[in-house]
Design a protein around this ligand. Structure first.
Ligand code: ADP
Ligand code: MG
Length: 292
């Protein structure tokens, strides 16, 4: 490609809301074989809401929800916003929290009104030796629906299983279909549970799914895809996604995402529309003169 064709391509991309931030991003994108996606905020709207709450015996709904909401008020995870909103909707008074700790990839821990409260994934309960057997049936139901299961324990006792649902973006399925038609292999890399990740991948027709991936292991998941399939683009929006955006052959951030993700990316989709990946790919191939 000539410098002129690259300038023209970059300009056309800008008209389509695709910003190529780094010099050779437009050229490199044409060589990509795999596009790996983050889930929350990238393929889903990133605005989850609470759909389900089952209690382990002994626990009372309002008290349980207000303690959990207090912990989540300290978290930046989108899940936390869903739980806070549910508590607010029920008119619950949220207590203040002492000593909260974010446990990346697992959840949160905090002291509230003299109770130790843990909120997070099943693997957080496993790590703390708290059995989730009592709520196993509900767990399966949530996973099959593609909803995110959130467990909470109070003073070492399993208290509740909450279901959180985050609708897919309107264009998510169309974007995956179009990538496949363009000869691209698709993948989903998520910290969410295996069942939830598999259900979302199935809804969208995504080829490969890596679930329960800890933040520090997202890089390994990308490297494995690269070894098996060739050059990889990673599409993400969160603080957690920054290392993967930097490691991928092309990092594509959602313009609706965090500044940290945008800074780490080569390319930005201004509107956060997953179809932007396809627009960017088409322009890149066209500019390089290898339209497929
Ligand atoms: P992802 O970006 O794919 O959601 P994370 O590493 O942020 O991955 O989170 C992985 C999992 O850890 C989440 O799906 C959730 O189960 C749990 N988790 C993390 N933070 C929280 C939180 N604040 N509240 C509840 N669960 C959480
Ligand atoms: Mg995300």
């Amino acid at each position: 490609a000539t410098p002129t064709s690259i300038m023209v391509g970059t300009g056309r991309a800008a008209d389509l809301g695709v910003l190529f931030r780094k010099g050779d991003a437009l050229q490199r994108l044409a060589e990509v074989c795999v596009v790996a996606f983050d889930k929350t905020g990238t393929l889903t709207q990133g605005k989850p809401s609470l759909t389900h709450l089952s209690l382990a015996s002994e626990f009372e709904r309002a008290q349980t929800l207000r303690l959990i909401a207090a912990v989540e008020a300290q978290s930046e995870h989108p899940i936390a916003r869903a739980i806070e909103a549910a508590a607010a909707e029920e008119g619950l008074q949220i207590p203040t929290v002492e000593h909260s700790t974010a446990l990346p990839g697992f959840g949160m821990q905090a002291e509230v009104e003299g109770h130790t409260v843990l909120v997070g994934a099943a693997r957080l309960m496993q790590r703390e030796g708290i059995s989730t057997d009592a709520l196993e049936g509900d767990l399966r139901t949530l996973g099959a629906r593609g909803e995110t299961p959130v467990f909470a324990a109070i003073d070492g006792q399993l208290a509740t299983l909450i279901g959180v649902s985050d609708p897919l973006k309107t264009n998510a399925k169309a974007a995956i279909d179009a990538l496949h038609a363009a000869g691209i292999t698709t993948a989903l890399i998520t910290g969410d549970s295996r069942a939830t990740g598999a259900a979302i991948a199935k809804q969208l027709g995504i080829d490969h799914v890596e679930a329960e991936v800890l933040p520090e292991d997202k890089l390994k998941a990308l490297q494995a895809l690269r070894t098996r399939h060739g050059k990889v683009a990673f599409v993400g929006d969160g603080i957690n996604d920054a290392p993967a955006l930097a490691e991928a052959d092309i990092g594509i951030a959602m313009g609706t995402g965090t500044d940290v993700a945008i800074e780490a990316a080569d390319t930005v989709l201004m509107s956060g529309d997953p179809m932007g990946v396809l627009n960017a790919l088409r322009l890149s191939r066209k500019t390089l003169g290898n339209i497929r």
